[in-house]
Design a protein around this ligand. Structure first.
Ligand code: KG4
Ligand code: ZN
Length: 348
């Protein structure tokens, strides 16, 4: 049995998790504990303040790791490796996790495995739904990324599309701000939209046209900044619109676009599953619309529970198993990167 401690500090969650697996590559891994400490301090600023995030990770990391070990009933000597998010993210925030994991690994004489945050999101659902394994079509929708990926096997990723401007979660957060909702706005927009009338605020589906064909640059790509502008203009119109209708219109347009682009990938690559990941995958309307749209095409849709959809260390530990099994161990001087392509990612 292999036991891995995962550490995640890429944004505003300090998280640690202990996973065990009989298979060295992590297949069938069990989450023995998962501790997530969300930083509330950013809400008042309406966005994550990088310096505050880094400092908060520094005070939280030791108690969060100790709690994860205690809840798992695992002594530090029983750990076989430490997996840590090394990229992408806020570099100061990442460095706290990377620096701490390196020191802890050195003190214990255990390897440190650097993990790409978005690869972690790819593995998240498989921790609760054993069938959510490759081959599949993946839609990763978070605060910083929107990626449509064909996953032939773990570690073999073909990038089909991404956002040209705002990420899906970023669009939710900006529209939340326009609607006067607390930060981060995603779940508040979803709640408000549930009571809205979709016929009263219909927005153009961005970058979605019937005449697009495979091979066109915009066939799989998305763009949400124009949608955000359309929302701002609609809010300023007379008579003043109902906020719930605007939230609904925005959410419908964004979801329609994501679902349609995913359906295109499903048709092109004929994968039996669609896997969702990232914070926006918490959105029930997205998962429901995805199921309705792709069911007639064949695939089953797997969406993570909110705890595993948003940033967490369990998904980092799970990706860590895979990377460790391939001998990907950090050498001295491991550092963090604000941006970096996912390992194994090729362009379509
Ligand atoms: O993956 P994540 O926790 O952090 C990043 O790596 O960015 O994603 C956070 C994003 C935020 O933009 C948040 O507003 C969004 O996920 N989010 C949602 C919902 N819950 C969280 N967006 C739409 N609907 C939700 N229910
Ligand atoms: Zn994330």
């Amino acid at each position: 049995m292999t036991t891995i401690l995962g550490i995640e500090t890429s944004c505003d969650e300090t998280s640690a998790a202990v996973l065990t697996a009989d298979a060295a590559d992590g297949t069938g891994a069990t989450v023995r504990s998962l501790v997530i400490l969300s930083q509330d301090a950013h809400a008042v600023f309406g966005g994550v303040v990088p310096e505050i995030a880094a400092r908060a990770h520094l005070t939280a990391i030791v108690p969060v790791v100790e709690r994860a070990l205690a809840e798992a009933g695992v002594a530090r000597e029983e750990l076989d490796a430490i997996a840590v998010t090394a990229e992408p993210g806020l570099v100061g925030a990442l460095l706290v996790g990377v620096g701490w994991a390196s020191a802890f690994g050195a003190a214990l004489g255990r390897p440190v495995v650097p993990v790409h945050h978005m690869e972690g999101h790819l593995f998240a659902v498989s921790l609760e739904e054993p069938d959510a394994v490759p081959p599949f079509t993946a839609l990763l929708v978070s605060g910083g990324h929107t990626l449509l990926i064909d996953v032939a096997a773990w570690g073999t990723y073909r990038l089909l599309g991404s956002t040209r401007d705002d990420a899906a979660g970023e669009a939710f957060d900006k529209v939340g701000k326009l609607l006067g909702l607390p930060y981060p706005g995603g779940r508040h927009v979803e709640r408000l939209a549930a009571g809205g009338d979709p016929s009263r605020a219909r927005f153009t589906r961005p970058m979605l046209r019937r005449d697009q064909a495979p091979g066109d640059g915009d066939y799989y790509d998305v763009s949400f900044s124009g949608l955000k502008t359309a929302v701002r203009l609609a809010l300023g119109s007379e008579p003043p619109p109902v906020a719930a209708d605007i939230a609904r219109g925005f959410q419908d347009a964004l979801i329609d676009t994501l679902v349609e682009k995913t359906a295109r990938a499903v048709r092109a690559y004929d994968r039996p599953r669609v896997v969702l990941g990232g914070g926006v995958a918490c959105n029930r309307a997205l998962a429901e619309a995805m199921r309705q749209r792709v069911a007639p095409l064949g695939p089953v849709v797997h969406a993570p529970s909110p705890r595993l959809a948003t940033d967490n260390a369990a998904m980092i530990a799970r990706a860590g198993f895979f990377r460790l099994a391939h001998g990907e161990i950090a050498t001295a001087g491991l550092t963090a990167h604000a941006t970096a392509p996912m390992p194994g990612l090729t362009a379509a």
